[in-house]
Design a binder for this molecule. Structure first.
Ligand SMILES: [Zn+2]
Length: 393
C-alpha cells in the first residue's frame, strides 16, 4: 500500500471522529448550515460522541400500543349550548417574523382581544421551529412586551426553540461537552429567571404536515435530551412536549415516543409534563398514558385541516366537531385535559377577530361535554397547574 494514501486515510478517519461544536445559540444555529438537509434526515441509530456512548437504553412501551389510525368520519359529539365560563388557553404563539414593525398597539390589541373572548389567561411560547431562523430574538422580545402589556393575563413559556434545535442538530452533527454545558447553563438561567411557567414548545418528533415545515427528529433516549428534561424536572416547572408518533408517510415512531415517555418518568417520576395536541395519538393510547403517569397533562386543539394532520389523530373532524371517543375520554378523565389552541398570531393574517371566532367554536365544543368536565378542561385545570407548586393531581 502506498504510504501517503494510507496516511491520508488515517487523517480522514481521525477527522470523522473529531467532534464538531454544536450550535451555541439560535442565531448561530441559523447560520452556515444547510437546514434543507433535514428534509431527509439520516436514519436514526446508535450515536456516539468520541469514546462516549450518548444513547441511553430505551425501555419497551409499557402497554400494548393501539396502532390503528382512526377514520375521520367516525361519530362526533354534537355542539352544546356554548360554555360561557372563563377559559385559559395554554398554548399560543406569536409569529411576528414576516410581520413588519409589530407595534405596541397591535400587541395591546391581542391582550384586549383575549380578555374580550373571556380568556382569562393565555400562555405564549416559541414554536419548535422558531430557532431555525436568524433574528428569532425579535419574537422573544415581542412575547415579553406582550406579557408586560397584558399583565397577569399573559403567561410565558421559554426556550423550546433553541433547545429543540440544538438537540436535533447535535443528534445529527454531534456536539462537544462544552456546547452541551453552554446549552444547559443558558436553560438554567432562563428557568431561574422567574419569568416562565416552564419550557415549551419543545419537539422530539415534529414532521412536515403542510409541505412547508422543517422537520425536527431525534429519539428520546438521546442523552442530552434527558439532561434537558432532568433540568426542567429539578426546577419543578412544566415541560410542554410535541412528539408525533407517526409521520405523514405512515412511518411509526410509536415505540420511541411511548418508550421515551416511560424512560422520562422512570428517571423523573415528578416531572410535570404537558403532552401537546393530545399526544397526536388515538384516545386509547393517551388513556393508557394518563392512567400510568399521574403527572401527565394533555392539551387539545380543534383541527380544521385534518388532511394535513391525518396521522396525528386530531380530536375533531374537519367541521371541528369533537369525535365521540375523544369526548368520552375528556369526560372520563376531565382533570387531565386543557385547551391549547396552538394559535399563531400574525401568521397568515391570523388576528384577534379570527381568534375570537375560534374561541367561540371551542365554547360550543366544550358545551357538548358534561358541565363539570367542560369547566375543568376550559379553566380549572390550567388554573391549578399554573398556580405556584400546582401539579396534575
Ligand atoms: Zn405543536
Amino acid at each position: 500500500m502506498n504510504f501517503g494514501a494510507a496516511f491520508g486515510r488515517i487523517a480522514i478517519m481521525a477527522a470523522l471522529l473529531l467532534p464538531v461544536a454544536g450550535p451555541q445559540s439560535p442565531a448561530e444555529a441559523g447560520s452556515g448550515l444547510d437546514w434543507r438537509a433535514d428534509v431527509t434526515p439520516r436514519p436514526e441509530g446508535s450515536r456516539r460522541r468520541r469514546h462516549h456512548r450518548v444513547m441511553v437504553d430505551l425501555p419497551k412501551p409499557p402497554f400494548a400500543i393501539d396502532r390503528r389510525l382512526l377514520p375521520h368520519d367516525r361519530g362526533v359529539r354534537a355542539y352544546g349550548e356554548p360554555y360561557l365560563g372563563p377559559i385559559i388557553d395554554i398554548e399560543l404563539h406569536l409569529n411576528t417574523r414576516g410581520h413588519r414593525d409589530t407595534s405596541l398597539a397591535e400587541l395591546g390589541e391581542i391582550a384586549a382581544g383575549l380578555r374580550a373572548s373571556g380568556v382569562e389567561k393565555a400562555l405564549f411560547m416559541p414554536t419548535p421551529n422558531e430557532g431555525r431562523r436568524r433574528r428569532n430574538e425579535k419574537r422573544r422580545r415581542h412575547r415579553k412586551l406582550l406579557a408586560e402589556i397584558g399583565g397577569k393575563s399573559i403567561g410565558l413559556m421559554c426556550c423550546g426553540h433553541y433547545v429543540g434545535q440544538w438537540l436535533h442538530q447535535a443528534y445529527y452533527d454531534t456536539y462537544t461537552e462544552e456546547s452541551l454545558d453552554r446549552l444547559l447553563t443558558r436553560l438554567a438561567a432562563d428557568l431561574d429567571s422567574g419569568l416562565y411557567a416552564g419550557v415549551g414548545e419543545i419537539a422530539l418528533y415534529h414532521f412536515d404536515k403542510n409541505g412547508r415545515q422543517a422537520i425536527i427528529r431525534y429519539p428520546p433516549n438521546f442523552e442530552p435530551f434527558l439532561k434537558v428534561v432532568g433540568l426542567v424536572a429539578s426546577r419543578g416547572l412544566w415541560l410542554l412536549l410535541h412528539a408525533e408518533s407517526i409521520d405523514p408517510k405512515g412511518v411509526s415512531y410509536e415505540d420511541q415516543v411511548f418508550g421515551g415517555i416511560e424512560l422520562i418518568y422512570r428517571r423523573h417520576p415528578d416531572l410535570k409534563l404537558i403532552i401537546a395536541h393530545t399526544a397526536t395519538t388515538n384516545p386509547d393510547n393517551l388513556r393508557r398514558m394518563l392512567e400510568r403517569y399521574p403527572n401527565l397533562m394533555a392539551d387539545f386543539k380543534l383541527v380544521k385541516r385534518v388532511a394535513n394532520w391525518h396521522h396525528t389523530e386530531p380530536v375533531s373532524n374537519a367541521d371541528r366537531r369533537l369525535h365521540e371517543d375523544w369526548a368520552r375520554l375528556f369526560e372520563a378523565m376531565p382533570r387531565r385535559f386543557m385547551v391549547g389552541t396552538d394559535s399563531k398570531f400574525f401568521r397568515r393574517r391570523f388576528d384577534v377577530a379570527k381568534y375570537q371566532r375560534k374561541i367561540a367554536r371551542y365554547r360550543k365544543v366544550l358545551g357538548g361535554l358534561k358541565p363539570r368536565a367542560a369547566r375543568l378542561i376550559a379553566y380549572e385545570n390550567a388554573k391549578r397547574i399554573l398556580s405556584p407548586g400546582g401539579d396534575a393531581k
